[in-house]
Each structure stands twice: as C-alpha cells, then as structure tokens.
Design a binder for this molecule. Structure first.
Ligand code: IVH
Length: 676
C-alpha cells in the first residue's frame, strides 16, 4: 500500500472501530463480534507500527501505552466539583423539599432521578471532539491529571461522534446546539461486580491484600502511575453531567445531549418524577432491583430538573442545594454474636448459626446469620461475644463478614463443634474430603423435621397447612414417624390435640388426601435424596419409568444422564440401598401414594426461559420451579438462545433486550396459561 493509501486506511479503520465502540457502549448494540473488532484493531496497530507518523492521540490503539509516570500533574477545575448531601428517609427528603420551596417563589419543581453509581467522579475535557484531559475530583478545586489512565476505559470516547451527525441528532431531538470547540463533562469511573471479583480472586491467589469494595478498586486503578495496570482492570464509566453551558434548560436535556455526543449514559435507567411520591416509587424500584445491575449503586441522585431553579438555589457548604443523594439503607451493620447454635438439616448436615443481638440491615431486623461450617468460623477467627459486621444482600441469608478482635473484653468464648448430634446424641461424622459434619442417624428428630418440611414444601408434595409447629406436635404425639404416615392421618387423630378445631383438622386431612398423586419428578424430589434438586429430579423422571427402575440402576447408568456427575449418581445409588428408605417407599405405596409419569416430552422440554420484573400471582422462585418441573430451563440473562421472556411489573432492560432480539415475551397471565 502506498503511504497515502495507508493513511486513508488508518483514518477509516479508526472511524470504524470508533463507530462499533459507540454502538456497543452507548447504544447497547453489537453489529460485529468482539473478535472481529479485535482483528480490526490489530490491523490498525500493525499499520501504525509501520507508519508511526500517522499515530494520533485519539487512535483506539493509544488507550494503553506510554511509560509509567512519576507523579500525576495537578489540574485546576474550571468549575468546582462539588459533592452531595445524603438523605436516608422520606422525612429527610420532605425536609429538603420544604427548605427549597421556602427559597423559591412557587416555581414548579420536577425531579430528575438517577442511580448513584458507586465509583469515582471524573471530569473529561474535549477540544474539537478529541479527548484532551481526564481528571479526578481531588479536593473539588484541584484534581489529578489521569488522562492516560482514563484513555484505557473503552466506555469513554477518545473522539466524539462526527460533528455533523451530532448536529443532525440534536436538531431531530429539538436539543440546543453545542459548541464543538470545547466540551466539559463529568461522570463516574466504575468497575463491574464481575471484574471486582475477578481482580480480588487473582490478588488472593498472589497473596496480595484484597480491595474492600468495587469503589476502592475503581479509585485504586485510576490512580495507578502505570496505565498498563489500569488497563488490566477493565474499568467502565458513565457520564451524567454536562458542565459546558450550551443553553440546556433541564437536567434531562443534558443527559440527552450527552448521549447524542457519544457518551455512555445511564439514561434508560433514569426517570423524571413529578413529585416526591413518584421519587419514592422509583426509589423502591431500585432498592428491589439494584442487585440486577452489573455494578454497585448506593442510592439515587435526585436533582431539580430545571437548571434555572437549580442555579437559583445555589450552594450551601460543599453541596448544591438543588440536588441530593438519596441513599439506600445500609446493607451491613455491626452487632454482637450472642451465641452459636447448630442447625440440623434434612440430610443430617450440621450448620452453625450465629445468634445475633437483633439489628436492622437493609430495612429488616435480623437476628440470625449463617456461618456455613466450622471451617468458616475458624477462617473468620470468630468467638462468641465478638462484635462483628453482618451483611445482607437482597434476599440472601445474612452472613458474618468481619470480626473486630480489637473490641474484645476477654470474656469471649471459643466455639467448639459438638462431637454428638445436639438432637439425638449420635456421634457426628465427616468424610475426609468434605467440610460439613453430619448426623448419621436416620431417625434423628431434627433430621426428621427437616425431611417433613422438605416433603410438604411447594416443589415437593405441596401440602398446605402443615407448618413446622404442627408437624412437631404430630411427631411428639406419635402420629408421624415418616412422611408416609401423613396419608394415614384421620380427623379423629388430630381433633383430640390441643389447638385443633373441627374445621382445621378436617382441612388438614383433606389437603393431604388431595395430594396423594403427584408427578413422578415431584415424587423423586420429595424423597429428599442428598444432592438431588429439582433439575435432577426432572431428568430422572424423564429417563426412568418407575421408582423401581431408578432403584435398580447402576452408578454408571445414573451417571450417563446428562448433568448427573459421579457424586450425585453415588448419592442416589446409596439412598436406595438403605433399609429405612426401602421401607419408606413400600409404606408410601401401601398407603396409596401414586405418581404419574410426565409426558416424555415434558411440556416445556428444551425451552429456555428468563423471568424479569415483579410477578403478581407467584414469586419468581415458584415460577422457576414450575418451569423446571415441566422440563424447561431458567436462565438469568437474555441471549439469542432464550425461547421465552416472562415479564411482570417493571421489567427493565431485559425486556428491551428481548424485544430487540425478537424473543417471544409472555405476560404473567399467558405464562400461567402455559404452566397450568
Ligand atoms: S451528580 C454536585 N449523578 O456521587 C455533584 N453524581 O455524592 C453532582 N455520583 O461526587 C453529582 N452517580 O461521584 C451525580 N448519577 C450521578 C452519580 C453521582 C454517582 C457520585 C459523584 C459525586 C457523588 C456525590
């Protein structure tokens, strides 16, 4: 290629790569694969190596490079980078609104609301569309020049979109024109939860100290003197503030201009609210759905939408009056470990549970936290009486995260795993390659309770009205020794017991009798075989025609079922070898308990589902169970090979993505019809 042609090719490659970067990060579209894009980048790199005179600072190859520097240059912000005051409640927000109203003359107030990203604030300066400077906030007045590191972030354009395309789009959207010469924006450098985990895992392997949270890692990465390290951290970024004044009237307009310029914004997750009630609906939505975002958010930023009103309110201390951070309730709290108790599971597993001094975390009172096993207690270095950090993410069971040994008084006690089962006194066992201690006694009362609970649960026989208290009472009264006895219960057996009126006794018996016949997969699941969950139960139900066939299958035959590995196969095999289990199966049969074989195809066999939004008639877990019980699969993310998206209220981005990919969407009503 001649020199002139090469130069042209280089320019075209840069534009093309830039265009696909824009599609991917700003419009969430992917027209070519990542590997195709990589090969374009490789070609550009090779050409530039041959003709270094054509390398420009906005070339995609210039994201990583340069030598480590000794120190960052200081940069004075043209306009102060302020911070925000925090609010935690409706009361805080009402006070904020009332204070503002007093300073205004009855102007209408609307609120622009957006997730508050938990990262590090950055400022970007573009001259004639080319990124010139990237800076940290610093003390608000003077920040650090981290341009070279900022350039490693793919989500940040090194070059804005073509001026004429921008002007066309601004016109189309009736947005004010911009001056292309100088554009200053602000946003947040963040790291996804996935990248955070990955980095910490590697650091753990290499014996390096771990980062406490994604925010610290983002900050640490952006302040590396060697931009190669920053580049490895795969930072992400979002822009939320147009500092340059182009006559934009609202915060909403600002966000739309930013998107037109070619920045990655969070616009689709933001909302314009007419009043505080709407703000709190939006807040409730994100409180519930924040876990689904790939990155951490710690609240919402609520800004007065009109820039005129915003400016009129001015600044108080370090923060503007016109915006506030509405934070989520804390996901972690500190409390005291009052005791450690042992919980006995249906398979005999001993789980140590921390009894906490009750404390509010993420909006609910928590008094117990799982400690998983005694190795975990050892790892935490936990003693009874310790002050600890307890965390709870979403619906997940609370966990002890950290211990403060420095707060000990000397009265703390060590925990010792009991030698015998706390329920039946049988000596506990632990096979060499396992970490969980187990009670081997199949007649252990606590194990039995766990088994009953499992047997009557939604996914198993689904018998209503049999809470743990009632089962316990029936066992104590000698009415039940294993779940097959349920089917022999008569009204007259229950009535004499305290607390049972005619009606409730009748109802319980009726509920049980109504569930005498269940699908084969439910039947298998109900047996409570270790390591056999819903999916395996369904696979077994499709492979075998009767329980006797499973009983007679060899470990090898069991292992030949897809997704059944050696451990699961062995535990199925072992279950059927035990006399008490054989007796149990015989008793079920004698008592008229039957199963029906699901159609070979399974109504939803091979179909892949994603569920999104809030379902009204059932929880998502129940919806998931139903799909699995009918042979379908449930996935967390939308991709081309998903067959159906079931959506409830507030379906969010998965819905949009499904529509784009042409995936069939089902309203809750339609879904109910399919599974009924
Ligand atoms: S607007 C006056 N919008 O939160 C500052 N900030 O607590 C106005 N942040 O320093 C900032 N997400 O680092 C704004 N969507 C968002 C944000 C956001 C995160 C950070 C930012 C700021 C801090 C204030």
């Amino acid at each position: 290629m001649k020199k002139g042609e090469t130069q042209k090719r280089i320019e075209k490659l840069k534009d093309l790569i830039n265009y696909h970067r824009y599609l991917y990060h700003v419009l969430n579209k992917e027209e070519i694969s990542e590997s195709a894009l990589d090969s374009l980048k490789k070609e550009l790199f090779d050409l530039e190596q041959n003709f270094p005179e054509f390398i420009t600072p906005d070339s995609p190859t210039q994201r990583v490079g340069g030598k480590p520097i000794d120190a960052f240059k200081k940069i004075e912000h043209k306009e102060m980078m302020r911070s925000l005051n925090d609010a935690f409640s409706r009361e805080d927000m009402d006070n904020w609104e009332n204070r503002n109203k007093k300073l205004l003359n009855g102007e209408k107030i609307e609120y622009y609301c957006e997730p508050k990203l938990d990262g590090l604030a950055i400022e970007l300066i573009y001259n004639k569309g080319i990124l010139k400077t990237g800076a940290t906030r610093g003390d608000g007045k003077i920040g650090e020049d981290v341009t070279q590191n900022i350039k490693t972030i793919e989500a940040i354009p090194l070059k804005l979109r073509e001026e004429k395309d921008i002007i066309d789009d601004l016109k189309k959207e009736r947005l004010p024109f911009i001056n292309f010469d100088n554009i200053i924006v602000r946003g947040e450098a963040i790291i996804t939860k996935k990248e955070f985990k990955k980095t910490n895992k590697e650091r753990e392997k290499n014996g390096l100290p771990l980062y406490a949270n994604p925010r610290n890692l983002a900050a640490g990465s952006l302040r590396q003197l060697d931009s190669k390290i920053t580049s490895e951290r795969n930072l992400d970024a979002n822009v939320y503030d147009l500092v340059s004044d182009f006559g934009q009237k609202t915060h909403d307009e600002e966000h739309r201009i930013l998107k037109v310029l070619g920045f990655k914004t969070n616009n689709k997750h933001n909302r314009l609210c007419k009043n505080m009630d709407e703000v709190f609906d939006f807040y409730a939505y994100w409180q519930k759905n924040r876990e689904k975002l790939p990155y951490e958010i710690d609240g919402l930023v609520i800004s007065i939408n009109s820039n005129e009103v915003f400016n009129k309110l001015g600044v108080a201390g370090k923060a503007p009056r016109g915006a506030i951070a509405l934070k989520f309730p804390l996901k972690q709290s500190t409390t005291i470990i009052e005791d450690i108790k042992i919980q006995v599971g249906r398979t005999g597993a001993m789980t140590p549970v921390a009894i906490l001094k009750p404390v509010e975390i993420n909006g609910v009172i928590v008094s117990r936290a799982t400690l998983h096993n005694d190795k975990e207690i050892e790892r935490l270095g936990l003693k009874i009486g310790d002050t600890v950090v307890v965390g709870r993410a979403g619906d997940v069971i609370p966990e002890v995260i950290k211990v403060f040994p420095e707060l000990r008084t000397g009265k703390e006690k060590n925990f010792k795993m009991p030698v015998n089962c706390p329920s039946c006194e049988t000596k506990l066992v632990k096979p060499e390659n396992e970490i969980v201690w187990r009670c081997p006694n199949h007649n252990c009362f606590s194990r039995k309770m766990g088994w009953f609970k499992h047997f009557v649960s939604r996914s198993a026989f689904s018998i209503d009205g049999l809470g743990p208290k009632i089962i316990e009472k029936f066992i104590e009264e000698g009415l039940l020794s294993d779940p097959s006895d349920l089917f022999e219960l008569k009204e007259g057996d229950i009535l004499p017991l305290e607390r049972f009126a005619d009606k409730s006794a009748k109802k319980i018996v009726l509920n049980i009798q109504n569930r005498k016949e269940v699908s084969f997969s439910r039947f298998i699941y109900s047996l409570g075989i270790r390591n056999v969950g819903l999916k395996t139960s369904f696979d077994l139900a499709l492979t075998f025609k009767s329980i006797e066939e499973i009983e007679n299958a060899s470990v090898e035959e069991l292992e030949s079922i897809s997704d059944v590995g050696p451990i699961v196969a062995q535990s199925i095999f072992d279950w059927f070898r035990l006399k008490e289990n054989k007796d149990f199966l015989r008793k079920l049969k004698e008592r008229g308990v039957k199963y029906f074989i699901e159609k070979r195809e399974g109504k939803l066999l091979g179909k892949k589902f994603v569920i999104t939004g809030t379902l009204e008639k059932m929880s998502r877990d129940v919806a998931k169970e139903n799909i699995i019980l009918l042979g379908g699969e449930v996935s967390d993310s939308i991709s081309k090979n998903i067959d159906y998206l079931v959506f409830g209220v507030n379906p969010g981005s998965k819905y949009e993505k499904a529509i784009k990919l042409g995936i069939k969407t089902l309203k809750e009503e339609d879904f109910l019809k399919i599974i009924s």
